[in-house]
Design a binder for this molecule. Structure first.
Ligand SMILES: *Cc1c(COP(=O)(O)O)cnc(C)c1O
Length: 370
């Protein structure tokens, strides 16, 4: 048992460093030049992670990641556009729901939760429907942890002359994405995922010409990225009250991102977290839902123990009492739970989490007696 705050093994909010949390101890004035510099520095650093400074604008937006996804679709898809939404989990379904709520015409293509969308699927679907103007894809589908083949799909969309919108919320900063090689109109991520900031702001990398052509598309004042960008470009300020502490924390988190060695180092640490987790859980007899080839090193879905007495809530409380917060499963067909590999944690933490999970199950299920 531990009295310290438990570590979050969840895909955002997640465990942050003390230094990142300490960056929130100062109050910032939203008109102050120092705060404007902080925002500009955050945007420049974010663009540098994907080599996007020449081709894309970085537009920050108040709110959780979904706010930024909704703003991107509402701003960049014209009202007479049509979106093809690629689905293999809950976040793909959310993209379709956003299109429905915003009144954008859309069609969906859904594969099983353990089957990535393929470039061949997208090629066939675009051949069949010339009305489709935009394709919306989730890079790492956080509801399982499955990785979709972004580079291949982006090439097909480009070849057909259509536009790509990428929900890279749970992959940006950890999995390589290079804007010089992968064509897209919008890529969306947020402060509180692989960058290890605190939650509270999303950001959209919008292709410059696409954004310039997007004036008047948005259904909403607050979610209009064209306006948000124009105002920030001319004043250096956020249009409406900025999440000042979130920006300060993200800036500090980005300094640490660079100190760690940037994206390659972040990717290595998460991959090593994921491997330590998979090895440890396999030794406990717990099976992961996805095959290794399509498992992103972001979050792992595990089958629940085969024991009639297993209840996620009890299990969660026992693991929490041992210092770790797990995440419930999000699959409809099978009983699962999830463990995040991201955040300010390393392989030693993951092994300690596996020990906690083993202890939590020991007295309550039969897995150690088989
Ligand atoms: C976290 C996440 C989002 C955003 O969810 P919020 O609850 O709004 O933070 C969107 N897409 C994916 C793939 C995510 O992992």
């Amino acid at each position: 048992m531990t009295t310290a705050a438990p570590r979050l093994l969840t895909p955002g909010p997640l465990t942050t460093s003390l230094r990142t949390r300490q960056a929130m101890l100062e109050d910032w004035g939203s008109w102050d030049a120092r705060f404007n510099q902080l925002t500009a520095s955050v945007c420049a650093r974010l663009l540098a992670i994907l080599n996007g400074a020449d081709s894309h604008h970085c537009i920050p937006l108040q709110g959780s990641g979904t706010f930024a996804v909704e703003a991107a679709i509402g701003t960049l898809v014209p009202r007479d556009g049509k979106v093809l939404v690629l689905i293999n989990g809950a976040y793909g379904k959310r993209l379709a729901k956003i299109c429905a709520v915003l009144g954008r015409t859309f069609s969906t293509f859904e594969t099983a939760e353990d089957a990535p969308t393929t470039a061949a699927d997208v090629d066939r679907l675009l051949h069949a429907d010339s009305r489709i103007s935009h394709v919306a894809l989730v890079h790492c589908e956080t509801s399982t942890g499955i990785l979709n083949p972004l580079a291949e799909i982006a090439q097909v969309v480009e070849r057909h002359g259509r536009r790509l919108i990428i929900d890279a919320m749970s992959s940006f900063g950890a999995l390589p994405i290079d804007a010089r090689e992968i064509p897209f109109d919008a890529l969306i991520a947020a402060s509180g995922k692989c960058l290890e900031g605190v939650p509270g702001m999303g950001f959209v990398f919008a292709q410059k010409a696409a954004l310039a052509a997007a004036q008047g598309n948005s259904h909403s004042l607050a979610m209009d990225l064209f306006d948000q960008h124009s105002y920030m470009a001319s004043t250096g300020q956020w249009r409406f009250t900025p999440p000042t502490h979130v920006v300060a924390a993200l800036h500090e988190a980005l300094l640490q991102f660079d100190e760690e060695g940037g994206l390659p180092a972040r990717h290595r640490r998460y991959a090593s977290n994921c491997q330590a987790l998979l090895d440890g859980m396999a030794a406990l007899g717990l099976r992961s839902f996805l095959p290794a080839a399509i498992q992103a090193p972001i979050i792992v879905t595990f089958h629940a123990p085969q024991d009639p007495r297993y209840r996620f809530q009890d299990f969660y409380e026992r693991v929490k009492a041992r210092g770790f917060i797990l995440y419930p499963g999000k699959l409809t067909q099978v009983e699962t739970f999830r463990v995040g590999c991201i955040g300010h944690v390393d392989a030693t933490d993951m092994r300690a989490a596996v020990t906690a999970i083993g202890e939590a199950l020991l007295h309550h299920t039969s897995i150690h007696r088989t």
